[in-house]
Design a protein around this ligand. Sequence first.
Ligand code: TXA
Ligand code: MG
Length: 344
Amino acid sequence: MNTKIIRINKETEYSEQLTEASEIILTGGTVVFPTETVYGLGGNGLLADAAQKIYAAKGRPSDNPLIIHIAEPCDAEKYAFVNDVYYRLAEAFMPGPLTVIMPKRECIPLSVTGGLDTVAVRCPSHPVAHALIKKCGVPIAAPSANISGRPSPTSAKYVEEDMLGRVDMIIDGGECEIGLESTIVKIDGNSLTLLRPGAITRDALLCVCEDVKIAPAVIHKLAENEKPLSPGMKYRHYAPNADLVLLDGNSDDVLSFMINEQKSTGCAVLCYDEELSCLNPDLSIAIGTRNDLATQAKKLFTSLREADKLGAAKIYAHLPTLDGLGLALYNRMIRAAAHTIKKI
Ligand code: TXA
Ligand code: MG
């Protein structure tokens, strides 16, 4: 397949440039587009065939459902049975990095929802994503635009690494602001279950809904034969080719361990900016300063991809804390590490 690439500058007029992209979507093709979280691999959310093409391009099992992206929060009513809680969430966080799971309406094909009777709905704030969905006039079904199991792409460079020749078009809209995928919640009556933490933190959700449970698989490894609340929880994710090991201990001890390991084994590390000068610069990737979780989130997936290119067999990184945005970092990193944590 020949992949057409178009580059868009957010600051200038680009509506015309999206005409061809919307035609591709409407005729059942696939277009990768930027969002504020990560790049999405989009297809027409009302066409069963488009979902099949998305699964094929990603190499994703077709029981792992897709998120549908809408232009306005109220469009959710066309595709899902919404309630008050949805509107409270929409008021507070949409458009933005929040996905809400609700009972689906008939018009959404089962192939989009992996056979489930619920659908995941998200209204992105990225202007290019918004303009594209609006132009199409249909919801855009889109998972992250990576080959299944690889880190989600946060710039077109990484989309091209994974998707060239696998999709009809890639829209390069620059770097994604947030860098981690959206927060996913499931509405159950008046309460919420957090299925995937993201930039909308649990504390922020608690301001809107007083009952926010955290699904156990967000932090813990699923027990064998345990049925996950979200199919995506059972797959290995974000994984570099090297073995990632998370180090749990006080920062000084962890840094000493990294320094010694680099000398003795030539391992790679993901470190904080302020640690870089103590480490081997050829084997170290800085992901932001210790307390700047937003930068760490933005750089995490890129850092995992770049760490792999250093060619080391092992990558060490700090185990994040569970507070605020730390929960999202923790969730992505324990999956990338296949739950390998070493106490220091
Ligand atoms: O930020 C994002 O959410 C990005 C951008 C492109 O919008 N999309 C994204 O999609 O991360 P994806 O497919 O990579 O992750 C969606 C997750 C999957 O783990 C899937 O299992 C879960 O959402 N999911 C989707 N529909 C669901 C449903 N009806 N019930 C439970 N989990 C669902
Ligand atoms: Mg994904």
